[in-house]
Design a protein around this ligand. Structure first.
Ligand code: ADP
Ligand code: ZN
Ligand code: ZN
Length: 817
């Protein structure tokens, strides 16, 4: 009987791929191991075994595998199960999930290698110059890599010449697969066994009188070994004996010392001893009890606690309990870079038990974290990470915490899989019967709805820790202020007074300026023209400190113009205001104080955020101006005033969640004020002080906001009452997208009738030279989700077979909000 395996390939093709194996391989292989397989004409991939069976494929003959890459599975059964769920739910392929899930070091790449074709006798006279150069090189070398071929013919594009040589039978090519992960080895030394006898050792030392440095190094080695039984690192020995690596090298070469390597992890926590966890107050204790009670009945619990109510300390208690039961904990955060304060706090409590899974880690560091989780190592008992941490190979998960669960960064928009990490984490937890705690001061509407309808447990914390009062929030009507000439630049007199007061008291100020829609745009005073991005349908944004115009969608930049492109006038002005302009105005208004700015431009680089956060924390910055980034859980002790420069552009954003998001953002930003005894102050500048959402923000009325919004969602058929699948078509030809999407919408309407919306061009319909057009499908609660997706898939398949639409890229996004 023949044997076969089904494999997952890291490609966006929606098929099972079956390869044949022999009996021995069948006995050895397990799901989750990788095999190298040929795919397409020349490509070799590392594919992941998903199933071993004996059913030959129906329509093609299965190829044999090239070879087996792993000794044991690198992916667990639960992971394979989760991948299937993600692929099915978010309508993508398991290959796409695999691409997102595996550290890139596991996704082996193949490289083309060129050999001389020994079978043919080459007629050198028919070879062109470049062909001959490669041919000649192969007379001296057995193989060439692409990079070497590039060097030989000194050009980048070498595929044509390789192709010609192949056609002339001069060369053959092969794809070699290479592994990227290299274990990190540390060099150690010990005394060579030649000298283990005391007599031999004495003789040696006596003979070394004329090599005092070597002798000193040797003596130091004995000291180090005497003090502890640990192996001695070369690096350590060099340092302790004030020696050099050359000296140690000589000792090794003389066979006095023996060198050996041990594998170590690249990321090691080297912190101090553990700090005791804090004792909870009555309210926190009550909340903790309620959470534990809720976990007896329900898998998921929402902890709705106002900012600074001490949610983190409750998480800490739950984590402590879980690791005592020797289970693993996953702590999901919206973003790692912005939460260094929180991570430092957790590290103090849990020390080396905590692993941070960070997108800025190198491939090797990621592989190590992966292996530690899979092997249930002590140091990976608690994993803290952003959304991709859900892909780690947990073996004994006990608890998942999703902190700031309302944050939109938990959703991956591009590329596929377009998953929501919070929702996926709930599925993951279920596979282990683990508990999930969702925490937020401003829960997502869907989450609160699930809690209210008793699908999730609900625990509320309404007081700030230490009886600190919620900040006092005031709305400033800037329409009137402008009329009465009480504005200086973008600052109302009220806000200016507030800032002056805080600074005088030695306190710090945070000013929030939403970037969206309020970036400074250049406009010609004569003809009104503003320069546009050539690739996207947006105006270019002015960045004064580089004196550039930049597109925020595609990255296009040009130097700031001297003249209007349309009429040549040199009278250009900047309209709108961004963080940079606010910073400038502040520098003029408060020349004695230090102003800091935190946005995408000032936080580049590995430690960009940390630097600014630290400077602010240390009091080196008095006023910090920033974007959305400021809302993410920062805990500054000395901030007494938070100003929101303009609330209106948040509210007017064309999206069904705009109001909910505005509320969340303003509440979170406000939460940065007055986290200690003195009551904090928040000033919100707006043209519409009577806007319902602003009224609700000003009195911390989450429930009021929830009731209004949920009513609207119901009325206009939005989540949680209807699910949404968004279909986007993209192509550089405007008419082609139009025709394609018209065809799609017609086919979809045949089935889903009035629940299909569009097709519609989004507000920015061209990005990177591609036109976009959207269709929304709304799915009522009683309609089967699985069946709906099947229909969408079927229609998509028919679409793909239509020639005139070829090249139109279709993107399906489930739960696109
Ligand atoms: P949240 O996560 O709800 O915004 P935090 O957990 O950051 O709130 O708590 C706010 C502040 O109160 C922090 O500085 C924290 O150290 C302090 N705090 C919270 N709970 C306690 C406690 N039980 N004992 C001492 N300090 C606490
Ligand atoms: Zn002009
Ligand atoms: Zn652009």
């Amino acid at each position: 009987m023949p044997y076969f395996i089904d494999v997952i390939l890291p490609v966006p093709l929606d098929k099972e791929f079956t390869y044949s194996i022999n009996k021995n391989e069948a006995a050895f292989l397990k799901p989750g191991m990788r095999v190298a397989v040929q795919f397409g004409k020349t490509k070799v991939y590392a594919a992941l075994v998903s199933k071993i069976h004996q059913n030959p494929p129906q329509i093609y003959e299965a190829k044999e595998i090239e070879h087996i890459l792993d000794e044991s599975p690198i992916v667990t059964d639960s992971q394979l199960e989760l991948w299937s769920w993600i692929a099915q739910y978010y309508m993508c392929t398991r290959g796409e999930v695999m691409r997102a899930a595996l550290p890139s070091a596991f996704l082996l790449e193949s490289e083309t290698i060129i050999f001389k074709n020994e079978q043919t006798k080459v007629n050198e006279s028919v070879l062109k110059d470049d062909e001959f150069m490669i041919y000649e090189a192969l007379q001296h070398q057995s193989l060439l890599r692409i990079q070497e071929v590039m060097n030989i013919v000194s050009k980048k594009n070498v595929l044509p010449v390789i192709k010609r040589l192949l056609e002339k039978d001069v060369i053959t090519v092969q794809e070699e697969i290479y592994e990227q992960y290299k274990p990190k080895l540390v060099r150690y030394v010990k005394l060579h066994s030649n000298y283990s006898e005391e007599g031999a050792l004495r003789l040696l030392l006596d003979s070394m009188t004329r090599a005092p440095k070597q002798r000193e190094a040797l003596m130091q080695l004995f000291m180090l070994q005497a003090n502890s039984n640990k192996p001695v690192k070369v690096e350590e020995l060099v340092k302790k004996s004030n020696s050099s690596s050359a000296v140690i090298r000589t000792l090794i070469d003389k066979n006095i010392l023996l060198e050996y390597n041990l594998q170590t992890d690249r990321v090691q926590y080297e912190g101090e001893q553990k700090v005791e966890t804090k004792e909870l107050n009555t309210y926190q204790n009550k909340a903790l009890d309620e959470i534990n009670d809720s976990f007896l009945e329900k898998e998921v619990c929402l902890l709705h606690g106002v900012t600074s109510s001490g949610k983190t300390e409750i998480y800490v208690q739950l984590i402590e309990k879980t690791i005592q039961e020797e289970k693993q904990v996953l702590y999901l955060l919206p973003e790692i870079a912005l939460t260094t304060q929180l991570i430092a706090r957790l590290q103090e409590y849990f020390g080396e038990k905590l692993t941070v899974y960070h997108s800025k880690y190198s491939v090797n560091e990621r592989v190590e974290a992966w292996n530690n989780v899979k092997n249930k190592k002590n140091k990976a008992q608690i994993i803290i990470g952003a959304r991709s941490a859900i892909f780690l190979p947990f073996v004994d998960l006990g608890l998942v915490i999703v902190d700031e669960e309302h944050e939109s960064t938990f959703k991956q928009y591009d590329p596929a899989p377009r998953y929501h990490a919070r929702d996926t984490a709930i599925v993951l937890a279920k596979m282990f019967s683990a508990k999930v705690l969702l925490g937020s001061a401003t829960p997502a509407l869907e989450t609160y709805y699930n809690a209210k309808s008793e699908k999730y447990g609900l625990v509320e914390l309404t007081r700030r820790f230490g009886n600190v009062l919620m900040p006092e929030i005031n709305l400033v009507d800037i329409k009137t202020k402008y009329k009465k000439r009480e504005m200086t630049g973008h600052f109302s007199d009220t806000l200016l007074e507030g800032i002056q007061h805080a600074l005088k008291e030695g306190e710090q100020v945070i000013l929030f300026q939403n970037r969206r829609g309020y970036s400074p745009v250049v406009e010609c005073n004569t003809c009104g023209h503003s320069p546009q991005c050539p690739n996207c349908d947006v105006s270019l944004t002015f960045h004064s400190h580089r004196n550039q115009l930049r597109c925020h969608y595609c990255g296009y930049t040009i130097a700031m113009l001297q003249q209007c492109m349309a009429c040549g006038s040199s009278e250009l002005s900047t309209k709108g205001f961004g963080t940079e302009q606010i910073e400038k105005e502040l520098e003029e208004l408060f020349p004695e104080h230090t102003i800091g700015r935190m946005d995408q431009d000032t936080t580049r680089g590995k430690h960009g955020y940390e630097r600014i956060i630290n400077r602010f924390e240390n009091g080196e910055i008095d006023i910090l101006v920033g974007t959305q980034m400021l809302s993410k859980g920062l805990d500054f002790r000395n901030v007494s005033l938070v100003g929101i420069m303009n609330a209106d552009n948040l509210l007017n954003f064309p999206d069904f969640r705009a109001h909910e998001r505005s509320f969340q953002l303003m509440q979170q930003v406000s939460g940065r004020a007055g986290r200690t005894q003195k009551r904090g102050k928040v000033l919100i500048q707006t043209y519409n002080p009577f806007h319902q959402i602003l009224q609700q923000v000003s009195v911390n009325d989450y429930l009021g906001m929830y009731k209004d919004q949920i009513e609207e969602r119901h009325q206009y058929k939005y989540p949680p009452f209807f699910r949404i699948v968004k279909i986007t078509g993209k192509h550089k030809d405007y008419n082609k997208v139009n025709d394609a999407m018209n065809w799609l919408v017609k086919s979809l309407r045949n089935v889903f009738a009035e629940n299909v919306l569009g097709p519609e061009f989004p507000p920015i319909s061209r990005i990177r030279n591609q036109y976009h057009k959207n269709i929304l499908i709304k799915i009522p609660q009683k309609q089967s989700l699985a069946k709906t997706k099947e229909v969408i898939k079927r229609i998509h398949n028919s679409f793909k077979s239509i020639k005139e639409f070829s090249g139109v890229r279709i993107i399906i996004n489930v739960d696109n909000y």
